[in-house]
Design a protein around this ligand. Structure first.
Ligand code: BV8
Length: 224
């Protein structure tokens, strides 16, 4: 059985990584358009670099939770028949042991050079304009997908959704496209669909089944 699991900020909430739209959301004090768009970066690169430096540094202080571990265990039994497509830019799936993870919105621990296009694993600050290890230019940006930018590896994601027998969305408010459309693309070709989320979302009615509660509780139960 082929399974695609889409994860959002809610799966990392119990690890202490703030979500975007809950009351303590990341965006507080920052307008989305100010910190998560190319225009915002062009207008105030230091503010945006600092926003991501803070989140990158915070990653070192958090751990994967039972939900991440449950998906890593699921991969042990399903192998290549499981793909986790995450909207998250943290590395908690990998640190829990998942190896088949598609970061459609990029990764905090990666830097992208605007001059030469090279990418590098990156754990420290970018707001002090370090030189690109490849071309030497001080033009590194967070390797994340901002609003208005094209999500990464969409062709692989679409292929997996086409072949899926089961599509599960975990911890996402279904507010961001094209991720929010995945349930429709999966259902259209006959996949069963399950939503696991703390609360109902605008997409709940589009799923065959919806389980409401904390991912750290519900996902281990579902995987068992
Ligand atoms: C694109 C990376 C073209 C950076 C992010 C008008 C209509 C429709 C679409 C658009 C439109 N205008 C513009 C668009 C497109 C736009 C978009 O969707 N805008 C929205 C806001 C209207 N999208 C884009 O620009 C995308 N690009 O469309 O290109 C294209 C289209 C198709 C194919 C190819 C190209 C690019 C969007 C990427 C933006 N970058 N992140 C960063 O992280 O800083 S988005 C950001 O939001 C994160 O990735 C985050 O994951 C994502 C979605 O949020 P969620 O993960 O859902 O998190 P949220 O806080 O919202 O919800 C958390 C949920 O968890 C809640 O439901 C909560 O109840 C639940 N929860 C909380 N605790 C728990 C829990 N659940 C379980 N257990 C818990 N303990």
């Amino acid at each position: 059985m082929k399974v695609v699991v889409l994860t959002g900020a809610g799966i990392s909430a119990e690890s202490g990584v703030p979500t975007f739209r809950d009351s303590d959301g990341l965006w507080e004090g920052h307008d989305v358009m100010e910190v998560a768009t190319p225009e915002g970066f062009a207008a105030n690169p230091v503010l945006v670099q600092r926003f991501y430096d803070l989140r990158r540094a915070h990653l070192a202080k958090v751990e994967p939770n039972a939900a991440h571990v449950a998906l890593a265990r699921l991969e042990e039994s399903l192998g290549d028949d499981l793909l986790v497509i995450t909207q998250n830019v943290d590395d908690l799936h990998e640190r829990a042991g998942s190896t088949r993870v598609l970061h459609m919105h990029g990764e905090l621990l990666s830097a992208l050079c605007l001059s030469c296009g090279a990418r590098f694993p990156w754990e420290t600050d970018l707001s002090d304009s370090p030189p690109c290890p490849a071309c030497g230019e001080s033009t590194l940006r967070p390797d994340v997908v901002w609003f208005g930018e094209i999500p990464y590896r969409m062709d692989e994601a679409l292929q997996a959704l086409q072949e899926a027998d089961l599509f599960v969305a975990v911890g996402t408010s279904a507010q961001v496209q094209p991720a929010a459309a995945f349930v429709h693309w999966a259902a259209e070709q006959g996949a069963r669909t399950l939503e696991i989320n703390l609360a109902g979302t605008i997409s709940t009615d589009d799923f065959d089944e919806s389980r409401q509660g904390r991912a750290g509780d519900l996902l281990p139960q579902w995987v068992e």
